[in-house]
Design a protein around this ligand. Structure first.
Ligand code: ATP
Ligand code: MG
Length: 416
């Protein structure tokens, strides 16, 4: 990507009504654009990061044996009435509208009801089970407050997965595999050591749901963490009975602020019963289908990562999800410099190394400031000075000092 062709620009200041660190940094560096409170567009650089996170999540969900699909945003009222989740008294985040003929519709804030209803067309026998499906979809929620940047949107990107199993044991085994897959996702995007499985309210069978909470002061949740055991309890369920049940002692737990990046949930057969999804087993008996629901807030995850990985100069992207691996800064506008930088840009892109090529005619200081703000793992400088030495200047985003090396050495270094 040539920066001269990118329409977005970095900015020094962001409007004062944007108080969250993640949105401030992401707006300044040109990753997102604020449409209104809680509603953000993803600009080219931001979209690359979102797609990288999605690719990691997709790989792990595919490994679980789940299939990707895409449900609709417009949802039918009667499905949600059947499960008692249409009324605003029960679900306080609905966006609703009506058709020209006056009938009401809802905009998807979650998809258990439509997916369960749809699968009535495909599941009737034990041979049809299990079914694991997932999607990446913009969810719409009329959130009361939207002060956490992209960590709490009124329109935001979620990965939601649903499992339909023939009995509790099979459900449990998929549920546990999902916990493992989620841990892999959070490791791969760089927040593994800060993210903890957390017991929270809701859920059939065990009375709990499980959240994945990432430690950060910008989070809206309070959790009680047992560091050695690597599990936590959400404040909302912290009682002596719960601690006993989980074999935890209050004095061994740390009270910490955290952001919920994922949530997994057993619905048992409550919803499938309400919506009329069942199957016939080997003996010809009709049985209930067990539903599980598994979310990851993709855009929230991006916000949390920015909260965790930044310094006074800007974002410091974990390598796996950085919008590019290399920021190639061309310093100087003479032919020799331009030719060498153009050539090295081509060498890197031919090797499928993602490069942001700063080919703009601006001061070196501005290029360096942008490289830091945008947060690319490696900054490479090609200038008159480097041409004389025959080496390029390489600086890692996390480090202060640069080192000189040959183009070959650098490419080798990237491969390790
Ligand atoms: P919260 O308690 O933060 O409101 P939730 O429990 O209502 O979230 P779920 O319905 O479990 O959220 O959604 C799955 C995931 O989607 C959450 O774990 C979170 O990461 C993400 N998410 C939920 N609401 C939002 C939002 N308004 N903006 C961005 N991400 C969200
Ligand atoms: Mg939740």
């Amino acid at each position: 990507m040539r920066l001269s062709q990118l329409f977005t620009k970095t900015r020094k200041e962001v409007s004062t009504d944007e108080t969250s660190k993640n949105a401030q940094l992401l707006i300044k560096s040109g990753f997102i654009y604020k449409e209104m409170a809680g509603v953000y567009a993803f600009l080219p650089l931001g979209l690359i990061v979102i797609e990288k996170i999605k690719a990691i999540v997709r790989e792990e969900m595919d490994n679980l044996g789940a299939s990707e699909l895409s449900m609709t945003t417009i949802q039918s009222k009667d499905l949600w009435q059947k499960t008692d989740r249409w009324d605003d008294k029960n679900v306080d985040v609905w966006f609703k509208s009506e058709l020209k003929n006056g009938s009401e519709i809802g905009f998807g804030w979650s998809h258990e009801e439509p997916i369960t209803n749809m699968l009535r067309s495909y599941i009737s026998s034990y041979r049809d089970l299990p079914v694991y499906v997932y999607q990446f979809q913009n969810k719409l929620r009329n959130e009361l407050r939207a002060k956490s940047g992209i960590m709490r949107g009124r329109e935001f990107l979620m990965k939601d997965m649903y499992s339909f199993s023939s009995d509790e044991d099979k459900h449990k085994s998929f549920y546990d595999n999902t916990i493992t897959a989620y841990n892999k996702v959070f490791d791969r995007v760089g927040i593994g050591k800060d993210t903890f499985l957390t017991f929270a309210s809701g859920g059939a069978f065990t009375q709990f749901s499980h959240e994945f909470q990432t430690l950060t002061d910008s989070g809206e949740d309070v959790i009680y963490l047992h560091r050695q055991k690597k599990i936590a309890v959400n404040k909302e369920v912290l009682t002596s009975e719960v601690l006993d049940q989980l074999g935890l002692k209050r004095e061994e737990l740390e009270e910490l602020k955290a952001a919920e990046v994922g949530n997994i949930f057993s619905f048992g057969s409550i919803k499938t019963d309400q919506l009329g999804l069942s199957y016939v087993d080997v003996d010809g008996k009709t049985r209930p289908v067990i539903l599980g629901s598994y979310g990851i807030g993709i855009s929230r995850l991006m916000g949390v990562i920015v909260e965790l990985f930044s310094d006074e100069k800007g974002i410091v992207w974990p390598e796996n999800i950085a919008p590019a691996k290399v920021y190639l800064a061309r310093i100087g506008e003479n032919n020799e410099v331009i030719t060498s930088a153009d050539m090295f840009y081509k060498v890197l892109t031919d090797k499928n190394i993602e490069v942001i090529y700063d080919d703009r005619d601006i001061r070196a200081g501005e290029k360096f400031a942008d490289a830091d703000l945008i947060g690319i793992p490696y900054r490479v400088v090609i200038s008159d000075k480097t041409l004389k030495s025959g080496l390029i200047e390489v600086k890692r985003r996390k480090e202060k000092e640069s080192t000189n090396m040959s183009e070959k050495e650098f490419i080798k270094k990237l491969a390790t």
